[in-house]
Ligand binder design. Sequence first.
Ligand SMILES: *[C@@H]1O[C@H](CO)[C@@H](O)[C@H](O)[C@H]1NC(C)=O
Ligand SMILES: *[C@@H]1O[C@H](CO)[C@@H](O)[C@H](O)[C@H]1NC(C)=O
Ligand SMILES: *[C@@H]1O[C@H](CO)[C@@H](O)[C@H](O)[C@H]1NC(C)=O
Ligand SMILES: *[C@@H]1O[C@H](CO)[C@@H](O)[C@H](O)[C@H]1NC(C)=O
Ligand SMILES: *[C@@H]1O[C@H](CO)[C@@H](O)[C@H](O)[C@H]1NC(C)=O
Ligand SMILES: *[C@@H]1O[C@H](CO)[C@@H](O)[C@H](O)[C@H]1NC(C)=O
Ligand SMILES: *[C@@H]1O[C@H](CO)[C@@H](O)[C@H](O)[C@H]1NC(C)=O
Ligand SMILES: *[C@@H]1O[C@H](CO)[C@@H](O)[C@H](O)[C@H]1NC(C)=O
Ligand SMILES: *[C@@H]1O[C@H](CO)[C@@H](O)[C@H](O)[C@H]1NC(C)=O
Ligand SMILES: *[C@@H]1O[C@H](CO)[C@@H](O)[C@H](O)[C@H]1NC(C)=O
Ligand SMILES: *[C@@H]1O[C@H](CO)[C@@H](O)[C@H](O)[C@H]1NC(C)=O
Ligand SMILES: CC(=O)N[C@H]1CO[C@H](CO)[C@@H](O)[C@@H]1O
Length: 839
Amino acid sequence: MKIYVLPLTLVLGLLIGSNDASSVNSAPTAPEFYPSPWSAGGPDGWDDAYKRAHEFVSKLTVLEKVNLTTGTGNQADLCTGNTGSIPRLGLRKLCLQDGPVGVRYTDLNSAFPAGINAAATWSRALIRKRGEALGAEFRDKGVDVLLGPVVGPLGRDPAGGRNFESFGPDPMLAGVAVAQTVEGTQSAGVIASVKHYILNEQEHFRGGISSNIDDKTMHELYLWPFADAVRAGVGSVMCSYNKINNTYACENSYVLNHLLKNELGFQGFVVSDWGAQHSGALSALAGLDMTMPGDGVRNSTYGSYWGGALTEAVLSLAIPPFRMDDMAVRIMAAFYKVGRDTKQVDINYSSWTNETVGPQYWHSKTGNTTINKHVDVQGDHAGLIREIGAKSIVLLKNIGNALPLTRLANIAIIGEDAQDNPNGPNACVDRICNIGTLAMGWGSATAEFPYLVSPANALEKQASADDTVFTNVENNWDLGAARAAASNSSTAIVFVNANSGEGYQTLDGNFGDRKNLTLWNGGDELIAAVASVNPNTIVVIHSVGPVLIDHVKTHPNVTAILWAGLPGQESGNSLVDVLYGKVNPQGKTPFTWGKAAGDWGITTLINSSTPTPQQDFAEGSLIDYRYFDREDIEPSFEFGFGLSYTNFSYANLTIQSQDVGPYKPASGSTSAGPTFGGTNYDPVSALLPEGFEKVPGMIYPWINDTDISDETDIPYAAHNRSAQPILPAGGSPGGNPELYKVVYVITVDITNTGEVAGTEIPQLYLSLGGPAEPKVVLRGFDDVELQAGEKRTVAFNLTYRDLSNWDTESQDWKVTSYPKTVYVGASSRDLRLHAGIES
Ligand SMILES: *[C@@H]1O[C@H](CO)[C@@H](O)[C@H](O)[C@H]1NC(C)=O
Ligand SMILES: *[C@@H]1O[C@H](CO)[C@@H](O)[C@H](O)[C@H]1NC(C)=O
Ligand SMILES: *[C@@H]1O[C@H](CO)[C@@H](O)[C@H](O)[C@H]1NC(C)=O
Ligand SMILES: *[C@@H]1O[C@H](CO)[C@@H](O)[C@H](O)[C@H]1NC(C)=O
Ligand SMILES: *[C@@H]1O[C@H](CO)[C@@H](O)[C@H](O)[C@H]1NC(C)=O
Ligand SMILES: *[C@@H]1O[C@H](CO)[C@@H](O)[C@H](O)[C@H]1NC(C)=O
Ligand SMILES: *[C@@H]1O[C@H](CO)[C@@H](O)[C@H](O)[C@H]1NC(C)=O
Ligand SMILES: *[C@@H]1O[C@H](CO)[C@@H](O)[C@H](O)[C@H]1NC(C)=O
Ligand SMILES: *[C@@H]1O[C@H](CO)[C@@H](O)[C@H](O)[C@H]1NC(C)=O
Ligand SMILES: *[C@@H]1O[C@H](CO)[C@@H](O)[C@H](O)[C@H]1NC(C)=O
Ligand SMILES: *[C@@H]1O[C@H](CO)[C@@H](O)[C@H](O)[C@H]1NC(C)=O
Ligand SMILES: CC(=O)N[C@H]1CO[C@H](CO)[C@@H](O)[C@@H]1O
C-alpha cells in the first residue's frame, strides 16, 4: 500500500465501497487484480480505432479527459446519459440511450420484439437484421451508445424479472445472439453497450446482493456470452448493480481488470449502470471508464464520485496518468471503431418531454430551444418486426391438425391479452401495468409503441376477409360470457399472459421478479372455462418466460398451444401469419418449461435483513435444461422444443477432424502502459475559468480550489505500468484466438418429409464427459429452410472452446480426457443421432 493524497469524497467512497464484506462471516471475497490493463488495439478494426483514439487523446488536457468519462447528471441533458464535451476540439457530448427493444423516451421509433423472442427464432440472419435496424434507429436520433444488448441476467432464475431482455439461459445461444446483435448494431454506426456485467440474476436486492460464484462456473456459463460480445467487437460493457463475491461489480478489479480487460482482451470502455458506482479513485483503478448518470453523490464537493473529484484524484496522482489516459482512449477507440466520426448526427429528441420546444437542460429547466424534431426513424422496420414476431412463435402443441387455420365459419377470441389497451399502448409509464395484450415487459427495456396491432384487431381483420363470424370476449373474469362464446364457435382462441420487469416498481406484488410462475389475471380459470365447453380450444401465451401449464398441455380439448413471448408492435399480425399458415412456425423455446416452480431448483432470494444478502450460485452450471437433465425431471416442454406444420428427418451424422494441431496457450507480454498528452498537472490549470457560466446542477471537471489534500490507501500495484504477462487464455478480443479454431466439422442430412415448406432448427449438443458435467450442452444450431421433400446437408463447427472445460489450475481451457459424444436433434431431449469423438 502506498499513501496518496485524496479528497474527502474519495475517502468516503473507498470506505463505503470496500468495507461491507467484513460484516459477513466467511463470505467469499473477490481477488484483487491490478494494474488495470491498458487498451492496445487488436484485429477487426481495433488497431485503426486505437491509433486514431491515441492521436485524439494526445491533444487533450486532464480536464477534457475527465469530461469524457463523467456523466453530467441525471436528466441534465437530452439523453438517458450524457457525458461532458470537448468544445475546443469540436467533440460534442456523447449520448447514451436505453434500450434493447428500441429508442426509449421518444416518438416515431419502432418497438421491436424482446431479446427472448430474437433468441426463439434461432436465426442468426434475423437476429443480425434486428441489430442493424435497432442501430439505424438510434443512429438517426443522434445516439452514440445503445444501452444493450443484454446477456446478464442470463436467466438462472426462471422468475428473474429481466430475463426477457436477454437471449435465454443457454450461454451458447446467448453468445451467438449477442454477437449478431452487436455486429448488426455497430455496423449501423452506433456503439453497443452489452450489459449487465455480471451475475445480476435477480431484481430483489440488486443494489446490494452478493452473487457468489466459483471460477469454473463463471467461465463456462455467465462469462461465456460476454466473451462472444467482446469477440464481436463490442465497444462498451455496462457493469451491474450487484456485488460479485462481496465487491460491487463496478469496482471489482477481478471481474473488470482481470476477466474482462485482461483475459477477454476487451478494448472498449466500461460504463456503470445508473448509480452502480460506489467509489471514486478505487472504481477507476478497478477498471471503470465512464460513470453514469454522473451525479447522485450528495453532500460531496462535486456531487459526483468523478467530475472534479476525478480531476483531483488524477492531479494528486492517486490515479496514475496511464490509467486516466486509458479511460479516454477506450471511449474514443469505441467511437472510431463504429465510425461515429462520420455517422454522428445532432441529437434530435429530448428524453424528458415530447414538447417540440423546451429546456435542453431538463434538470435545471434552462436552455430553451427546439428539442424535439420528431424525426421518423422507423424506416421499413415494421416488416422485419412482423417477421421476427412470427418466426419467434413457438408452437408447443398441435393435435389433429388444429393449426393452421383455414377459412372458418366462426371464431371466438377470448381474453384481455388479445385486446387493445383502451387508453393506448403507451398508457402506462415504462409499461408498468398489464392491461390489454402483452407485447413488452416493464422497466428501462421499453420504448414507446408507434402503434400496437393487438391480436383481436388482426384476427377480426382476417375474419372479415374470410366472412368468418367473429366473437370477441374482452374480459378474463366473466367466465359465463367466455363459456357462451366458446360453446357457440367451432374454434376458440384463449389469450393469457405473465409479465415481469425491472425492480424499481412493483406490479401486483411482483417486484420486477415474478412472485410465481403461473398465469396472471385468472388465466388458468379462463382456459379451464373455455376448454370445458369447446373441444377445439387454442391457447396463446404472451409471457416473459416459462409458465406452469402442464394441465393445459394435457387437456384433451386444448388442441394447440402457442408461445408468442413479447413480440413488439406487430404482435397481432405476426400471430395471424402463424395461425393461418402464412408463416410455418420455426421457433424453439429458448428456456425449459417445468411442471412446478420447484423444478428448476432455484428460488428467488426475497427475504433478507442483511445489507449484503449472500446468494451462492451453488448449482454451478446446472441451470435450466442442464438441471432438469441431471435431476431427471420431466418438463412440460424441454429447451429447444418447437413444432412445425411439416416434419423433418435426420440422417447421416459425420464427424471430420480438421487436424488443426494442439491448442497453444497465449504467451508473451504486453507493451508498457502508455500515456498521451495532458501533461499539465498544476491544479491552478484545473480551476474554473473566469466568466464560465455553469448550467445549474450540472457536473463539470473543474476543481474548486488548489488544496487537494486528504489521505487514503491506494493499491500499490494499480500504479504499475510496466509490461504485463499475457494470460494463457487471453491475448485477443474474446480470448486466445486458438480457442476459436475449428477442431471438428459435423454434418447431418435433414429432409423435409412433410407436405409444406418449413424451417427446421437442427441443434448440436455435446456431452463433455465427467461425473459433474451436464448431460449435454448446446454447441451448435442452424436454421434450415426446406421445401417439401427437399434435403440439405448441414454443417456444424466444434471449436477448441466448445470441447473444453475451464481448468482452474492452469487458468485456461482444457479438453478433458473423458469420452465425448456429439448429438444432433430437434431439441435438448430429442437427440436423434449421436457419435463418439476421440479427444
Ligand atoms: C469467488 O470466490 C470463490 C471462493 O473463494 C473463488 O473460487 C472465485 O474465484 C471467486 N470469484 C470471483 C469472480 O471473485
Ligand atoms: C466539459 O463539458 C461541459 C458540458 O458539455 C462543457 O460545458 C465544458 O466546456 C467542458 N469542459 C472542458 C474543459 O472542455
Ligand atoms: C446530507 O446532508 C443533509 C443536510 O445536511 C443531511 O440531512 C443528510 O443526512 C446528508 N446525507 C448524507 C448521505 O450524508
Ligand atoms: C464548489 O464550487 C461550486 C461552484 O463552482 C459551488 O457551487 C460549490 O458549493 C463549491 N463546493 C464547495 C464544497 O466549496
Ligand atoms: C406527449 O406525451 C403525453 C404524455 O405522455 C401524451 O399524452 C401525448 O399524447 C404526447 N404527445 C405527442 C405529440 O406525442
Ligand atoms: C421556455 O419555454 C417554455 C415553453 O415554450 C416557456 O413556458 C418557458 O417560460 C420558457 N422558459 C424560459 C426561461 O424562457
Ligand atoms: C351464437 O351464435 C349466433 C349465430 O352465429 C349469434 O347470433 C349469437 O349471438 C351467438 N351467441 C353468443 C353467446 O355468442
Ligand atoms: C401469480 O401472480 C399473478 C400476478 O401477480 C397473479 O395474477 C396470480 O393470481 C398469481 N397466482 C397465484 C396462484 O397466486
Ligand atoms: C371437452 O368439450 C366437450 C364439449 O365439446 C365437453 O363435453 C367435455 O366435458 C370437455 N372435456 C373436458 C375434459 O373438459
Ligand atoms: C445418407 O448419405 C448417403 C450418401 O451421401 C445418401 O445417399 C443418402 O440419401 C443419405 N440419407 C439420407 C436419409 O439423407
Ligand atoms: C464454420 O467454420 C467455417 C470455417 O472455419 C466458417 O466459414 C463458418 O462460418 C463457420 N460456421 C459457423 C456457423 O460458425
Ligand atoms: C438538427 C437535426 O435535424 N439533426 C438531425 C436529425 O435527424 C436527421 C435524420 O437522422 C439528421 O439528418 C439531422 O442532421
